[in-house]
Design a protein around this ligand. Sequence first.
Ligand code: SAH
Length: 241
Amino acid sequence: MAAGIRLYVDGPLGDGGAVAATADQAHYLGRVMRLGIGDPVLLFNGRDGEWRADIQQIDKRAAQLAVLEKTRDQDEAPGPWLAFAPVKKTGTDFIVQKATELGASRLLPVTTANTQTGRANTERLRAQAVEAAEQCERLSVPEVSDMTALEALLADWPRDRPLFALDETGGGAPLAATAKASGEAVGFLVGPEGGFQARELDRFAKLPFVIPVTLGPRILRAETACLAALSVWQAVVGDWT
Ligand code: SAH
């Protein structure tokens, strides 16, 4: 059981290295998982692959881990970006967790005209992403951006990265075929519970890097649309292929 515990760490990982666990990690290892000196854990930092380490010292607030050997190389494919209008708190947490499992490489909360939630707690969302990455055996944690307004997101969006706007009005092209023709560096934009306003859809139509796409005739909850879009992408372009 202990070998299955994976922790994300900030610092470098390499032969003969040592890592100081955070207080939360020490609590998790010692109190929650009941591990002690000599027990193994796996560490990753998004850069150096995955490493086996063992616990050298542990108390309530701190733990020292000795880095022993590399278990996996850092060879993860960079996944798509996901821009989404936050829904209520549990829904947003759900999107962050599941998008992490589905391989998104960057998460960008965005406010649109009909967005109900005015703010997103970036630190909380980062913590959700870290936890999901630890559990799903990813080698990286998606970057979580601070919440931005839709107009700023569009202004800053890299022009060479197609942005698939999930259009619930049926105006877009089918996602699978469109994704297949668009390479790997892409992003998705999913609207809020209230959907996109007509003027937002008009704006998308004027921007050459925005590609409206549809997920069929049923109106999906925003959470479902995020997961469906990432799943389709992984199946036709990503690492499910
Ligand atoms: N209240 C809106 C629905 C919004 S659904 C209405 O009743 O029309 C929330 C978001 O999920 C949408 O803005 C869109 O980005 C995405 N979405 C939901 N269903 C979709 C579909 N069939 N195709 C593409 N996007 C969809």
